[in-house]
Design a binder for this molecule. Sequence first.
Ligand SMILES: O=P(O)(O)OC[C@H]1O[C@H](OP(=O)(O)OP(=O)(O)O)[C@H](O)[C@@H]1O
Ligand SMILES: O=C(O)c1cc(=O)[nH]c(=O)[nH]1
Length: 206
Amino acid sequence: MKTIANQLLEIEAVKLAPEHPFTWASGIKSPIYCDNRLTISYPSLRRAITQALVDLIQTNWPAVEVIAGTATAGIPQAAWVAEQMNLPLVYVRSQPKDHGTGRQVEGVLPNQAKVVLIDDLISTGGSVLKAAQGVQNDGGEVIGVAGVFSYQLAAATTNFAAAGLEWATVTNYTELIEQAQATGLVTTEQLATLHQWRADPMHWQA
Ligand SMILES: O=P(O)(O)OC[C@H]1O[C@H](OP(=O)(O)OP(=O)(O)O)[C@H](O)[C@@H]1O
Ligand SMILES: O=C(O)c1cc(=O)[nH]c(=O)[nH]1
């Protein structure tokens, strides 16, 4: 069976552009971008990711009562996971809506419900931790965060620890680079750039 990391490479979700760095949600400039949003257009891959997330959740947080998706990229994946686990779904906006109901969490979130939050990708963890705060403000108890991919940045480890939240992902940067090397999808020059970036992602410059 092909790994999820391998399939992300196959659908060209992973982009390298050292000369024109990507700006991430956190403001980090990076030579690499993983666009997991593309996976929603591939039924067999999205099913494989859904199954992997379900396995992760059942192993780590079997007491889960509600699945939450982080807006926007976490929402479709969270919906498929909730469907497969036959659990209620909510989604969490990056900030409360400034009109209408003014809600940040959409859907029905019973008080003290045990929630697992899903995001498509974790860099610093800032986005999903903000969503976790939204769930907690709304009376939910976040028991874990499940992501599709993590860059395994030290900042994420620090931020999740500070928030007191457990997290796990289906795949990560180490696996991705291993697969990219094994399949000859990165050149020696690109690998050198990636190693340089990875050594100090906060201060890397093209
Ligand atoms: O761990 P972080 O440092 O917060 O970065 C990762 C976040 O960035 C991306 O979202 P983006 O802000 O691009 O929004 P989107 O989901 O609406 O595409 C991604 O979907 C994660 O939510
Ligand atoms: O940190 C981010 O904003 C980010 C990085 C990445 O590789 N892919 C993505 O969708 N967002």
